[in-house]
Design a protein around this ligand. Sequence first.
Ligand SMILES: NC(=O)c1ccc[n+]([C@@H]2O[C@H](COP(=O)([O-])OP(=O)(O)OC[C@H]3O[C@@H](n4cnc5c(N)ncnc54)[C@H](OP(=O)(O)O)[C@@H]3O)[C@@H](O)[C@H]2O)c1
Length: 335
Amino acid sequence: MSSFRALRVHDAGDKKTRCEAEDLTTDQLNEGDVVIDVHWSSVNYKDALAVSGKGRIMRRLPCVPGIDLSGVVAESDDPTLRPGQKVLVTGCNIGEALDGGYAQRARLPAEAVIPLPDGLDLREAMMLGTAGFTAALAVVRMQDNRQAPDLGPVLVNGATGGVGSVAIQILSGLGYEVAAVTGKADAAERLRALGATEVLGPEAVRTGGKPLESARWGGAVDNLGGDALADMTRSVRPFGNIASIGLAAGVELKTTVMPFILRGVSLLGIHSVETPRPLREQVWQHLAGEWKPRALGDIVTRTIGLDEVPAYCDELVAGTITGRALVKLRDDAAL
Ligand SMILES: NC(=O)c1ccc[n+]([C@@H]2O[C@H](COP(=O)([O-])OP(=O)(O)OC[C@H]3O[C@@H](n4cnc5c(N)ncnc54)[C@H](OP(=O)(O)O)[C@@H]3O)[C@@H](O)[C@H]2O)c1
């Protein structure tokens, strides 16, 4: 392939960026020991911020956005990755400091590249993408810290989002009761179909301001931050875990040490981008095997081409999207 289609984010001056569709050649990408023909990507909130310019995500400009990709190895200097092999990449600074998935080619360090596990095809890997990986990472961390169904229902907020939707499916498949919290009044039926046993509005999980309130939840998965996370610390049962994933509603956390020292509650930080490779491989093995969401197709609400990504990102930032979008990078994209 001499040249290929890509989106690239450029410096537009005055601390602004602009995203353009263009033709690139491989030597315009960052250095790396593996060249990948990209077939699929996905759109995460972080991608929407990078493409729309609403958030300062890029740490190098110009840079191809897209924090997820799956495809086929075209060239490799690494003995563990051979041409023709199907692979996936999530996080690892692609779409931020390294050129990412919104291009028909990527050139990356082998450390970032995971062989596609048996049980997933290239499209399914991107239905999950960083959102699915992060949800599964949270469940791994919680269970490693003794979360179990008999501790009680797990609260999942931002429930209609990518991370929330996958977290609900994984937890319900593992036998947990799941209480889904959503701000969308019409989402209850969809969330129950994913496995939620209970669907609640944000007001139903607000607590009073005391350091410890009634202990309702066995554990919690937080995509929002701010008051929602603070309320979780007050209302999770003794020895339950809270996985802190997102900041959709705020970055502050106003709570006390009481839940930690009087209830043994654990606050687990979930950082998907630089997860060490052995743990990344373990999480993908779970997602390809016994944790593979049975309603994977229900998470993805749209499949779009590269040229449609900027408009979709504007919608995502505006908060009008339910579910996830797949990005199909070529007409003959393989599975
Ligand atoms: N730590 C990590 O490594 C990591 C990895 C991936 C994502 N994240 C973060 O995790 C969060 C969720 O990611 P995602 O991919 O699932 O995002 P998403 O698809 O955009 O979903 C976020 C959900 O949060 C709710 N929400 C959005 N804005 C809100 C607001 N202002 N106030 C209250 N609720 C709001 C909405 O759910 P409802 O309408 O159902 O309430 C929305 O669907 C994001 O903050 C993302 O940046 C972190």
